[in-house]
Design a protein around this ligand. Structure first.
Ligand code: WT7
Length: 632
């Protein structure tokens, strides 16, 4: 593919060109794909409305690019390697030819069950190959998939189904995750009581557990596909037709159904996948995310497959049957590019180093991270213990809304700095905005991160609520997309994401980034993970409350508190010293592994009567422990 950087000079050149001649730059990349009709114009845009269209008037089907296009050149190459939850079960190796055939067969099944172009189909499945088949089969016939992470409750599922008026849901009887079995079909049944738009429910048999069947509505996957042929002409889609809806939680209220479209999303995810990870022909690439998140959509399915890569899907969890499951799988499949989240890294960093050392990790070449700012200690552990100091760390900063990487190193090419996402991808024009809404020019500045120019994979709207799309992302800073994140651009022009801007604490008139304080506390050898929030303080306006999770219970809490205070003083400055330090055995996390600071903030504020909905947490029980604890 064109415009892939092979040196830092290349990157700088591509970047300059992508800014000076964006249309020519993206047109060149667009031309690498199979289109049924070429676009009339590369880009139409107006951030005030906002309205963005890429490859305007172009016609294509993304699955033709992810599958058919590869049949001649790499039909027998593995498209998907599937590693099951239980290491005792056989992995699946699915070639491009086999995947093409399965997708076509299931696409015909969907059609037979009454699904047409434009219909919404909800997918609520464990991490099995049929999940990828379902996603691509929808795209094959122009149906809009809405994947809901299979850890969400029936209530969350019901809300998402109704928001998009889905006509069908695809699920499984149950799902395995570690030593747990989740009764997915039971959860679906509960949700469907309040989902009038659902006509059919296709159920894959995975766990074999007892389930209820509703006559006329439910059917088994195996029976549904039986006798369906494996040839299915792709539906010809407009470049700007909807490809999928994916929900992301808003800071308040109901989840936002982010809408992504076909043409630009395909071009951008394939290009950034190849460029940032420097994927080479024959590499085994493993992203540990779930397809229920944007990371799985863009960088397990669409990006890698559009690029003709071998992408691994993992059904299990990092902690079962042992805390070395990731390293065992890397070794077993000789993984070359490994992509995971800081929360997983921090959990694994806690363990006995022997768990890492007993596996051969020499196949690894590139290590990626995504989802939240990675603290320096975790960065170093990942770099030294997993990468043995020879694998570049690709800290990819992006969002559900952006569809693909915004700021990220190019593996082995961009000089990295711990905890920095480094430099923008070609085509991305960041702006750092100050409190007065003015852009900070030059380096050595800090502020709110906006993007000034459209990029091909950006979300086009919130399903059914364009006004909210405008208000959330395009009203705070007119004519710019506002990410909701804070960042620093250092003296060299490198970006460090400092976290959501609602996580800034102003203490005695000083702006303190929670991530900065957390990082400092994490430097302590006995500290595993920290969350810092602000709470109102009589004299300083705000003060800092630190929730600290240790590797070993501290022998003397007061001694450890003193050491932490000294550390924060030393690293950030005395002003950042937490007023309270509370030792906890875990932090409340969302199912995607993000720390729920909102809840911690309420606890710190003493606002414990109204903690909001904690039922969607990964570990709701931890909230009671924290409430019962004391902080000095
Ligand atoms: C938010 C988006 C993008 C896929 C997973 C999360 C934070 C994401 C990084 C990173 C610092 C990061 C931001 C962003 N974030 N990646 N590399 N460094 N922060 O998608 O659920 O839409 O969350 O995650 O705060 O706004 P998401």
């Amino acid at each position: 593919m064109k415009n892939i950087s092979r040196s830092f000079e290349d990157y700088l050149k591509s970047y300059r060109r992508s800014i000076e001649q964006p249309e020519a730059f993206w047109e060149e990349l667009g031309a690498e794909f199979r289109w049924r009709k070429k676009w009339d114009r590369v880009l139409d845009w107006d951030f005030m409305k906002p309205e963005v269209k890429w490859f305007v008037g172009g016609k294509l089907n993304i699955t033709e690019n992810c599958l058919d296009r590869h049949l001649e050149t790499r039909g027998d190459q593995n498209a998907i390697i599937w590693e099951p939850n239980d290491p005792g079960e056989e992995p699946a190796y699915i070639t491009y030819r086999e995947l093409h055939s399965k997708v076509c067969q299931f696409a015909n099944t969907l059609k037979e069950q009454g699904i047409k172009k434009g219909d919404r189909v909800c997918i609520y499945m464990p991490m099995v190959p049929e999940l990828t088949v379902s996603v691509l089969a929808c795209a094959r016939i122009g149906a809009i998939h809405s994947v809901v992470f299979a850890g969400f409750s029936s209530r969350s599922l019901m809300e998402r189904i109704n928001d998009a008026s889905c006509k069908m849901i695809i699920t499984a009887d149950g799902g395995y995750r570690g030593d747990k079995i989740t009764g997915l079909k039971d959860i679906v049944d509960e949700a469907l009581v309040d989902c009038p738009s659902i006509e059919k429910c296709i159920v894959l048999k995975r766990t074999g557990q007892q389930i209820e069947f509703v006559e006329g509505r439910d059917l088994w996957w195996d029976e549904a596909i039986e006798g369906k042929i494996d040839i299915c002409e792709p539906e010809i889609m407009d470049s700007e037709d909807m490809l999928f809806i994916l929900y992301t939680s808003g800071s308040t209220g109901k989840p936002k159904g982010m809408v992504h479209t076909c043409g630009g999303y395909m071009v951008y995810t394939a290009y950034t996948f190849l460029n940032a990870f420097q994927y080479k022909e024959g590499d085994i690439y493993w992203c540990t995310a779930d397809v229920g998140w944007i990371t799985g959509h863009s960088y397990i399915i669409y990006g890698p497959l559009a690029a003709g890569a071998t992408s691994m899907m993992f059904e299990g969890v990092p902690s079962w049957p042992g805390m070395d499951r990731f390293w065992e799988v890397v070794d077993k499949h000789r993984v070359n590019i490994f992509y995971t989240a800081p929360t997983a890294i921090r959990a694994l960093e806690k363990c006995d180093p022997a768990l890492v050392e007993r596996h051969d990790l020499s196949s690894l070449r590139v290590l990626g991270t995504v989802g939240e700012p990675i603290n320096e200690e975790a960065w170093h552990w990942y770099h030294d213990m997993i990468g043995k100091g020879r694998c570049p760390i690709v800290d990819t900063y992006w969002q559900t809304e952006t569809g693909g990487f915004m700021i990220s190193p190019i593996a082995g090419i961009t000089p990295t700095k711990p905890a920095f996402a480094t430099l923008p991808m070609p085509g991305i024009v960041p702006a750092v905005m100050n409190e007065d809404g003015k852009e900070e020019i030059g380096n050595g500045v800090e502020g709110r991160l906006c993007i000034k120019f459209p990029w091909p994979s950006m979300a086009r709207t919130i399903y059914g609520d364009h006004q909210r799309f405008h208000d959330t992302y395009f009203s705070g800073f007119p004519n710019k997309y506002f990410t909701g994140d804070g960042c620093r651009r250092d003296e060299e022009g490198y970006y460090r994401i400092t976290g959501r801007v609602d996580d800034v604490i102003i203490v005695a008139g000083h702006n303190l980034g929670t991530a900065e304080i957390e990082n400092a506390i994490d430097e302590h050898e006995n500290v595993c993970e920290t969350a810092v929030v602000g709470y109102p303080h009589d004299i300083k306006g705000n003060a800092v409350h630190a929730f600290v999770n240790c590797f070993h219970p501290p022998k003397d809490e007061d001694d450890l508190r003193q050491e932490i205070l000294t550390l924060v003083s030393r690293i950030v400055g005395p002003i950042a010293k937490p007023e309270r330090i509370q030792f906890v055995s875990g932090l409340p996390k969302t199912r995607s592994g993000k720390i729920m600071r909102r809840i911690l903030r309420k606890i710190a504020e003493g606002n414990t009567g109204d903690l909001g909905d904690t039922s969607t947490l990964l570990n709701p029980e931890i909230v009671d422990e924290i409430l019962g604890g004391n902080a000095l």
